[in-house]
Design a protein around this ligand. Structure first.
Ligand code: C5P
Length: 410
């Protein structure tokens, strides 16, 4: 009976610092260590003081074949490999389980133990698999901390829902070790989009009026950034064309900054050449100001007239340039969601459109979202969830439709 035997991904020569923090799920980190080693990874375990209350360092030492690091101020361990060196050593720092406490300390940049110091001193990607009581996970403080980490490019794996060790049922269970390993393998380019180049546009555009003023919109860029990170996690090589935002570039993603719709158009046409997937998540200004003033406009008159010109439609131009490109767009609507979204799908010759309700505090500049996704002949609802989770589901759907289209007869 080996029907349930998972395929073992190839993590040969991948170095992983596995941070284990205090929580009952720490026992599962032992299995995770074994699974990562089985896939060929080198694993250096770092335990917090809390973790050692649940499992002993000896367990991880026996499994990983390496002495476990537990202290920032251990002279012998520091002599063998200093913590700054250790911060540079891995290809990934994976924290599993990640307690509410470590998430909070990372979000605030604390460095009062070895694991938090490594996270602050590294330029390598960080992934966390949270595990905690459902109310601790749902607490706005934890959610805000997670959002901060996501905005900095930290990959969040799970948590899952189900029965918890505390006897409650809900979100907060650590993702199972095999699934964590799968997520790790995908980010190293073994995912369904490995070898695929994707371009994602995100954020607002800015259309200047004069040297100090501009017209823009409420787009925060969060959805596009989360999608860029999610496509990257599926193995794609991602270029993010970003309007002005305050977000950090997701790890492993190449970012190109643009301001105006025209700049976005130029960058999109250029980067889409040689790409297989294009996702237009940017809120492109529909109009630009005719004759941008060279000097600051003075308030001499009671009224001021601006003439606006229609901007080019970036996504349509990209589609016109390459009929084989898989092109996905967004539609933000205040009424008749499906009708309007399907209209855009057809008119702009898209392969997929993700539609959401906007206005009255919905979608724009928020951390959560819900999407109705349509493609020619089909559709799927992605129910209300964090933008990170929605992005993960949308990226998986894009990968599915991309492969379905590639397999279909021309
Ligand atoms: O027509 P509408 O703006 O609703 O279409 C939304 C979709 O088209 C989004 O994917 C958006 O990024 C894209 N778009 C574009 N260039 C424009 C306007 C919208 O690429 N000028």
């Amino acid at each position: 009976m080996n029907a349930a035997t998972p395929t073992v991904p190839n993590l040969a020569e991948r170095r992983i610092v596995l941070g284990v923090t205090g929580g009952i799920a720490a026992y599962k980190a032992a299995d995770l260590t074994r699974r990562l080693l089985e896939a060929g990874a080198e694993v250096q375990v770092v335990m917090t003081a809390g973790a050692q209350e649940f499992v002993t360092p000896l367990t991880f030492q026996a499994l990983s074949g390496r002495p476990v690091r537990t202290s920032l101020l251990d002279p012998a361990a520091e002599a063998a490999m200093g913590h700054i060196e250790l911060a540079r050593w891995p290809d990934l720092i994976l924290i599993a389980p990640a307690s509410a406490d470590v998430i909070a300390r990372l979000a605030h940049g604390l460095a009062d133990d070895l694991l938090s110091t490594l996270c602050l001193a590294t330029d390598k990607p960080i992934a966390i698999a949270p595990a905690m009581n459902r109310l601790m996970w749902a607490n706005p403080a934890t959610q805000a901390n997670v959002a901060t980490l996501v905005a900095r490019g930290v990959q969040v794996i799970g948590p899952g829902a189900g029965a918890q060790a505390c006897g409650e049922i809900g979100d907060g269970r650590m993702t199972e070790p095999l699934q964590i390993r799968e997520a790790v393998a995908q980010r190293f380019g073994h995912g369904p989009l490995s070898g695929v180049k994707a371009v994602v546009t995100a954020g607002p555009t800015r259309e200047p009026i004069d040297p100090v003023r501009f017209i823009t919109n409420r787009s925060s860029g969060k959805m596009g950034y989360a999608l860029a990170a999610a496509l990257r996690a599926l193995g794609a090589e991602v270029t993010l064309l970003s309007g002005p935002t305050s977000l950090a570039t997701p790890a492993g993603v190449t970012r190109i900054d643009i301001e105006t719709a025209q700049e976005l158009l130029d960058a999109a046409l250029q980067t889409a050449r040689g790409a297989q997937i294009f996702v237009g998540a940017a809120a492109v200004a529909d109009y630009r100001v005719d004759g941008v003033a060279d000097e600051k406009i003075k308030k001499n008159d009671a009224t001021l007239q601006l003439t606006l010109h229609r901007n080019p439609d970036v996504i349509s131009a990209v589609r016109e340039q390459d009929a084989r490109l898989f092109v996905a767009g967004f539609a933000a609507e205040t009424e008749k969601l499906e009708e309007h979204a399907r209209g855009k799908l057809t008119r702009k010759k898209l392969d997929l459109i993700a539609a959401n309700w906007v206005g009255r505090g919905r979608a724009f500049d928020r951390d959560d979202n819900a999407l109705s996704v349509y493609w020619p002949g089909g559709g799927r609802e992605l129910p209300h969830a964090s933008k990170t989770e929605i992005a993960r589901q949308l990226a998986a759907l894009i990968a599915e439709r991309f492969h379905a289209r590639a397999a279909a007869p021309a």
